[in-house]
Design a protein around this ligand. Structure first.
Ligand SMILES: CC(C)(COP(=O)(O)OP(=O)(O)OC[C@H]1O[C@@H](n2cnc3c(N)ncnc32)[C@H](O)[C@@H]1OP(=O)(O)O)[C@@H](O)C(=O)NCCC(=O)NCCS
Length: 229
């Protein structure tokens, strides 16, 4: 059984005790966001991830240093990792909810989305396979949006677990029905094999949908922690 721990937080205030945890590159990214809420979401993701890493590795939070080099372009906006440590992390933010998923080395992807907004038909056609579209076509609008974001977060979670993100076509993967246990049913992309992909829909918070995915053929056990930082 592979364990995966997800920790959630609302956006933290931009206080010195949190800002002090950012290194120079992270400070640069923080400064580059124009809107305060975007700055706070980024800050919260980093503080949450460093707190989780510190707890799991037995370090002081100030001692956790991330390498977030993008695998594509070399800029420091990729997924964070602690070089040499038996730890995989995935950060996601949407609205007023920020989450970090952690495993002891199994590739992991987390995605959260606010689900109270309208899901446009064009977005559904772009993102969902015909089987997924058929499964939600008879629903009323609010339920349809929730079902859509269930699929969307499952898709982003598995894509983030591979490290490729949205470079994998959304239509290349099909999931179990939105109201069934989350499972990757079909994939035409080489990076995602249903036999080696496990995922779970998460509780997150009311008004949000979230999913976490692991690249493994073992069963998974996922916990969610809402303890304030
Ligand atoms: C990663 C990606 C899925 C983010 O999706 P999103 O819904 O906008 O944002 P989320 O809040 O869910 O996730 C953002 C987090 O994903 C992580 N991340 C970045 N690149 C990632 C990747 N390739 N794989 C997995 N996670 C990644 C980061 O930790 C980021 O948070 P941070 O910048 O605060 O540390 C999307 O930006 C993507 O597909 N990027 C990679 C592909 C790409 O465009 N590469 C070219 C860049 S040069």
């Amino acid at each position: 059984m592979i364990e995966c721990a997800v920790r959630w937080s609302p956006p933290l205030p931009a206080e010195p005790r949190f800002l002090a945890l950012l290194d120079e590159l992270e400070q640069g990214r923080y400064d580059s966001y124009r809107q305060d809420i975007d700055k706070r979401r980024f800050l919260t993701g980093r503080v949450l991830a460093k707190t989780v890493a510190a707890e799991r590795l037995g370090l002081a939070v100030e001692a956790v240093k991330f390498d977030a080099t993008c695998e594509d372009c070399g800029k420091p906006h990729g997924r964070p990792r602690v070089p040499g440590a038996p730890l995989m992390l995935s950060i996601s933010h949407s609205g007023d909810l920020i989450g970090v998923a952690a495993t002891a080395g199994t590739p992991v992807g987390l995605d959260v989305e606010t689900a109270t907004r309208r899901a446009e038909d064009s977005l559904m056609e772009y993102a969902l396979t015909p089987a997924e579209q058929a499964a939600i076509s008879g629903l009323l609008e609010a339920e349809r949006a929730t079902a859509f974001f269930t699929y969307w977060t499952r898709k982003e979670a598995v894509m983030k677990a591979t490290g490729k993100g949205l470079k994998i076509p959304l239509q290349s993967i099909t999931f179990s029905a939105y109201d069934e246990e989350a499972r990757l049913v079909r994939s035409s992309h080489a990076a995602l094999d249903p036999d080696r992909t496990r995922l779970a829909d998460l509780k997150a918070t009311e008004g949000y949908r979230a999913a976490v995915a692991l690249i493994t053929s073992d069963d998974i056990s996922v916990t969610e922690d809402f303890t304030p930082l």
